[in-house]
Structures are given as C-alpha cells and as structure tokens.
Design a protein around this ligand. Structure first.
Ligand code: C2E
Ligand code: MG
Ligand code: MG
Length: 466
C-alpha cells in the first residue's frame, strides 16, 4: 500500500498573518497540545493507549486521511477471570502484557495503525487496509501467537472485525460494531473471528430505532396492556392472568415484547416500561375492587434489570397505597436470570416484598442453569414450568421429567403452573400428573385488558357489568 505513516507526519506551519492563517495556527496548537496530552493516556500495565487517546488519535488519523479504508479489530478473552483465579494475578498480567505486545507491534509494522488496551482483557486496533484479507491475517497471526504462548491455562480469544464503506467512518461506531461482531461468536470454540455483517447492521439499526422511539411511545400511550388468562384445567375457568406488554407502533403495527424488551434491558428503560405496566395492572384491579367485582391475581413480569433497581420496593408499595389493592393479587414473575445478576440484591428485595404480602413466582422454570439451587435458596411461592418442557411430549424422557418435576415442586409446597399448553393431549397428561393450572393458547391467547375484562365478567354469573 502506498501511504505514509500518519503519526510520523510533520505538519509544516509557515508564519501566517491573515485571520484564516491565525485560526489555522490556533487549531494546530490546540491539536499539538491534545497530542501531547494523549501520550500521558496510556495504560500503565501494557503501555498501550487507553480508549480515550485511541479515539482521539484514530479520529485525527481518519480526518487527515479520509480516502483510506479503515478496519477495527477487537479482541476479548473468554473467561479471563478464570485465568486470574487459576493462575494468579501476576500470571494474568504476564499474559495481558504479551497480548498488548502482539497488538502494539502492528503500530510499528503497519502505517496508519493504532492499538489500544480498552480494559482488562479487551484489546483493540484500528488500521488502514487495502484488502479485507489483511485484517483476517492480523487476527490469525495474533491468535497463533496467543495459542503458542507458554501458559498453563488454555485461553480462548474471540475477535470482532468491523469495516465501513463510508468515507471518514466514526471510530467509536467502528469499535461498537466490532464489539457486536465479537459477541456473536464469544465463547464458541470453533469460531475465532467474525466480521460485522449486514444482518448485524440491520439488527443494530432496529435496536437504535427502538431506543429512539420508545420514550415517545410511552408518553403517547402506544404501549398497551394485554393479559393472558391463567386457567384451572379441570373446569376451564379463568383463575388469574399475566400482564404482557404490547407496542402498538403507529407505522409498524403491533410489536411483541421479544422485539423491544432485550433492547430496553440493555439501556435500562425497561424499568420505566415495567413501572407503567404495573401501574396499569394495579389501576385495573383497583377499578374491579371499586365496582365490588371478583378479583383474580394478575401477575406482572419483573425484568432482571430490577436487580439493580434500588427503587423497586418503593415503586410497588407506592402502587399498593395509591390503588389500595391487596398485593397478593399482583404476583411478581421473575426469571432465574434476575437472581443471577445480583443474587444478594434481588434476594433481599424479594424477601422484603414477600414480607409485605407479595407473591413471588419463578418464570420459565427449567430454562436456566442453576434452577435447583434457586429452589433451595429463593423464597418462591409459585413456579411456572417453561413451555419448552411440554412441547416435546411425544418424547418419553420429557414426560418422565415433567411428571417428576411436578411431584417435586408439590412436595416443596410450591404452586405449579405450566406455560404454553397448546394441545388437548398436553392438558390430559398434565392433569394426570396432578397439575391443575395452565396458561396457553389451548385456552386463551394474550388479549387486550378490555377483552380480558369481558371474559372475566362473563364467567362471573353474578356480574352486572357486561
Ligand atoms: P413470559 O413471561 O414467559 O410470558 C409468556 C409468553 O409465552 C408470552 O409471550 C405468551 O404470549 C407466550 N405464550 C403463552 N402461551 C403460549 C402458547 O401456548 N404457545 C406459545 N407459542 N406461546 C405462548 P410474549 O407476550 O411474547 O412475551 C414474551 C416475554 O416477554 C415474556 O415471557 C416476558 O419474559 C417478556 N415480557 C412480556 N411483557 C413484559 C413486561 O411488561 N415486562 C417485562 N419485564 N417483560 C415482559
Ligand atoms: Mg412471565
Ligand atoms: Mg414464562
């Protein structure tokens, strides 16, 4: 490639007397000061630039050489924590220094290249390239060196590579894309690198769109409360419901939670959405109570993000006060993940809420890794067996697992409900296993709260409201 090294470039400034010249000189001295400042922004352990300096230097390099193509390579070690734990901190540091040298070497070898120690075991490089293969070769070469490094613990590096067709791409955008590419293969033994591709780009665009639109969606009342009835499988009667959010998007129509909740869990806005849905549920139950109608419990989902929400208990108790609804009518559904995030924090909060009368329900039971441990340690009143367990009822092993799981949960004095019942055969089998409660399309799909209300009304013979 016929280009010069950006960082060795000498900027010639001749004495200027015009206003434009003075401005240029002023900007030049500002840049010079920034460059000097940058040198002090290195990570002590590895002597590589930190992220701030890296962004500054790459930004300048791209601005000054806008016609080159730039690629960003990001690397993370799977389970680096284990390296420190098994081999000790100083061995961990030895490995990090070695990796830093592998990255740093390219600053000398390749023109228009900067390396960076992002944090802990995350390293990054931005380099100008001619062919994509050059970036792959860099990755494979670094991986080979790491594989051959004499080290007692087998480390597994994952690389993400991003390139941009745009002229003058933003370095932070390239780095974010490389992170996404890397996360797509993290921990996969047989894949060591991935390029940020079109599907990832579309996914990211969708995520950005959700982030942009969600605040106004909440303000404009586009988020709607749906309720899926829970039934007694013997009689088919509705004995409760689960609150499920839907987004009635003005352009895209009805959007299910699977498309936006994961994004909101990343940026924390799920806390606001949950609080909104909870308030709608309390308000609905409050209205039933005012009309002296029969109440049924409507459970709400509590995102795992609430593990860090210090306001969780106040929000729920505030709603209880405001709507004067007995809190036993609003069971809290949590997945195991909620406890794994911050086991202590969530455990303490759930214990407190339980002491205030809330019912705690474990959602999607059987899908996590430490379900049995959870049962032993957490204060669960109800368990919802995940749909995945009963979809494969033809498999005899599945039937054995479901039957014994139900037996065990009943022995533990926990209420059991099965999610995702779709066929009569599943219903018959579950009834034989001694499970009475279910939620599934065989009985009802999630419906708008107004329709749920009509269903509830029509089953309540003494109801004068429908
Ligand atoms: P979940 O809490 O396990 O809710 C049950 C999901 O299973 C619902 O999907 C429901 O429509 C679906 N389902 C129920 N019965 C059947 C069935 O027979 N067949 C099939 N195929 N599906 C069935 P939905 O509404 O798409 O919600 C997905 C997940 O999104 C929920 O899983 C919950 O984790 C989350 N979610 C929904 N609303 C909220 C909310 O307001 N806040 C939070 N934090 N999470 C929510
Ligand atoms: Mg749920
Ligand atoms: Mg569930």
């Amino acid at each position: 490639m016929g280009y010069q090294k950006a960082k060795d470039e000498v900027i010639n400034v001749s004495p200027q007397t015009t206003d434009a010249g003075k401005m240029e000189l002023y900007l030049y001295s500002l840049r010079k000061m920034a460059q000097q400042n940058v040198e002090s922004n290195r990570i002590t352990l590895t002597n590589l630039y930190n992220l701030k300096a890296f962004f500054y230097l790459c930004g300048e390099m791209i601005r000054e050489n806008p016609d080159l193509q730039y690629g960003v390579i990001l690397m993370d070690i799977t389970q680096f924590k284990a390296v420190n734990e098994f081999c000790g901190r100083s061995e961990g540091d030895r490995l990090l220094k070695f990796i830093a040298d592998c990255f740093g070497a390219y600053e000398k070898e390749r023109p228009y290249t900067y390396a960076c120690h992002v944090r802990a075991d995350v390293f990054c490089m931005c380099t100008a390239y001619g062919e994509k293969q050059e970036l792959v070769d860099i990755v494979l070469s670094i991986k080979k060196k790491i594989d051959e490094f004499p080290f007692v613990y087998k480390v597994l590096p994952s690389f993400g590579i991003s390139i941009s067709a745009e002229r003058e791409p933003s370095i932070s955008y390239l780095k974010d894309c490389a992170v996404i590419a890397m996360n797509s293969i993290k921990g996969k033994v047989f894949a060591s690198y991935a390029f940020f591709d079109d599907e990832m780009r579309r996914h990211q665009l969708r995520e950005r769109q959700v982030e942009n639109d969600i605040v106004s969606a909440l303000q404009e009342g586009e988020l709607e409360l749906y309720i899926q009835p829970k039934v007694d499988m013997h009689s088919g009667r509705i004995v409760g419901g689960e609150a499920l959010v839907r987004w009635n998007h003005p352009q895209k129509g009805m959007i299910g939670p699977g498309e936006f909740i994961p994004v909101l869990e990343k940026n924390g806005f799920i806390i606001n959405v949950d609080a909104y849905i909870w308030e709608r549920v309390f308000s609905y139950l409050g209205s039933l109570q005012q009309k002296k109608r029969h109440l049924v419990p409507i459970s709400v989902n509590v995102s795992r993000v609430h593990a860090y929400d210090t306001g969780l208990c106040d929000t729920l108790l505030g709603l209880k006060e405001k709507y004067q609804v007995p809190v036993g009518y609003v069971p809290l559904e949590l997945t195991e993940g909620a406890f794994l995030e911050d086991e202590e924090g969530m455990y303490v909060r759930m214990k407190f809420l339980k002491s205030k009368g809330f019912v705690i329900s474990m959602d999607d039971f059987g899908t996590g890794y430490s379900t049995m441990n959870m049962l032993k340690n957490q204060p669960m009143d109800e368990i919802k067996i995940d749909r995945g367990f009963i979809t494969d009822m033809d498999n005899p092993k599945c039937r054995i697992i479901v039957r014994h799981t139900i037996d065990m949960l009943k022995d533990l004095n926990t209420r059991v409900i099965v999610e995702g019942v779709e066929t009569k055969e599943q219903r018959e089998f579950l009834l034989k296993c001694g499970c009475d409660l279910a939620q599934g399309f065989l009985f009802y799909k999630p419906v708008p709260v107004e329709e749920f209300d009509r269903l509830l009304c029509s089953q309540d013979k003494s109801c004068h409201f429908c």
